[in-house]
Design a protein around this ligand. Structure first.
Ligand code: F6P
Length: 406
């Protein structure tokens, strides 16, 4: 499977009118693929325009009857395509996400011909939206805050952006069934696929069915201190210490002040220490096997010193390559990523506040996804005991707060 993915050269070509969430979707897809170990990168043509031509362009620049504007935009589109091709051919890239409007058939044909001539597969990913409230929200909360409208009166910026959209609407041509595409309508309310097959794109489709734009916070915390924690032993299924129980109390009091309203869920592992930590929380709790700590296999219950002494080869191998090292009869971090994929999809889908009471390795992997950390860094992320990590998705990332409850 890995070697097949390693030979993948795929370009996902975004399609859609302005303010349809293309960049948001492109980034979410890239984050998801990178987290799964598939190297993915977004090439945003708008950034090329801002860098090479300047951010402040009035709507007339985007008018299809303006020849200078058209020529400048075409130059930027080609510059980005050339960078995509270079990245795929020479820099080990697997999935490039080419983020531009690509709303006419002629443009899509040119893009497809360019990449297929360079032996890359092309799939179109269109975001359409018929709900005026979603478009309005996107314009007001993202577009007019972009460098394109920096320092401008918000109402004038909205009016200009609407005229920019109108130029694209005048030239828009829908996708036709002769090309491979995924189309997401009204932020995943409907997802249409045409000639889409396989593990990689199937995963992307799954993700798109789960995405939403409702603001909510995800609270991540390790369980309270366990008997094995205090003894420096890994794994096991031991109860909380008195200090761990005290943390469970403090956590409950704190989260009660932070969370309210319907739709709250608590997810724990099936192990005693996470369930005991969540026991006092007043919301519905779900023990999930997929959230159990990394399986240390034959070394479960040992201290790191014992492993170093009795199995120096394994100890050194893990130190050298913690992401891929697999414990004898146990798991690697990559194994954990694979088993957490359904959890990530459900986490994306859930719309209310979410509390996850988990374990060190598990939370590294979930936190790494939510904050878009490179896979190699994930096994080394700091997830201390007795600390709540609060992540609230914003535009293209997540706001983070760490609250130690000591
Ligand atoms: O020590 C607590 C613990 O949750 C162990 O059960 C687990 O093996 C370990 O952390 C994971 O952290 P690392 O990958 O750094 O060993």
């Amino acid at each position: 499977m890995r070697s097949r993915i390693a030979s993948t050269k795929l370009v996902i070509v975004m399609v859609g009118l302005p303010a349809r969430g293309k960049t948001h979707i492109a980034r979410r897809v890239a984050r998801y693929l990178n987290w799964k170990g598939v190297s993915a990168r977004v090439f945003n043509v708008g950034s090329y325009r801002r860098e090479h031509i300047g951010a402040h362009q009035p709507h007339t620049f985007f008018d299809p009857t303006n020849p200078e504007g058209m020529a400048a935009r075409e130059r930027m589109a080609v510059a980005a395509m050339e960078d995509v091709a270079r990245w795929l051919e020479h820099d080990g890239g697997h999935v490039a996400i080419y983020d531009a409007t690509n709303t006419t058939i002629a443009r899509r044909r040119r893009v497809e011909a360019f990449f297929t001539a360079r032996k890359a597969e092309v799939v179109f990913l269109e975001s359409t939206c018929s709900d005026p409230a979603i478009i309005e929200d996107n314009i007001r909360s993202h577009k007019i805050r972009s460098p394109d409208y920096k320092g401008q009166d918000p109402d004038a910026a909205v009016a200009d952006f609407r005229r920019r959209i109108a130029h694209y609407e005048a030239a828009y041509e829908p996708l036709d069934d002769s090309c491979r595409y995924i189309q997401t309508v009204d932020v995943g309310e409907r997802v249409v696929i045409n000639h889409i097959r396989g593990w990689l794109l199937g995963g992307v489709v799954n993700l798109l069915t789960c995405l939403h734009t409702q603001p909510r916070t995800v609270y991540l915390t390790r369980h309270g201190e366990s008997r094995f924690n205090s003894a420096g032993r890994i794994g096991g299924d031991t109860p909380l210490t008195a200090e761990g129980e005290a943390y469970a109390e403090r956590l409950t009091a704190y989260l009660r002040t932070k969370i309210d309203g319907p739709g709250v869920e608590v997810w724990t592992s099936t192990l005693e220490r996470t369930r005991a930590t969540a026991r006092r929380l007043p919301w519905k709790s779900f023990p999930l096997k997929a959230l159990d700590e990394i399986d240390a296999g034959a070394f479960d219950g040992m201290t790191y010193e014992e492993i170093a002494k009795k199995h120096p080869g394994d100890f050194a191998a893990r130190k050298l390559g913690k992401l891929t090292y697999r414990y004898p009869q146990g798991e690697s971090y990559i194994d954990v990523v694979n088993r957490l994929e359904p959890v990530i999809l459900e986490l994306e889908r859930h719309r209310g506040p979410l509390v996850i009471v988990g374990h060190q390795a598990i939370l590294r992997v979930l936190y790494g996804y939510l904050t878009d950390k490179p896979l190699q860094e994930i096994p080394h992320l700091s997830i201390p005991l007795h600390t709540v990590i609060e992540l609230t998705p914003i535009a293209y990332g997540a706001l983070e707060e760490r609250v130690p409850l000591t």
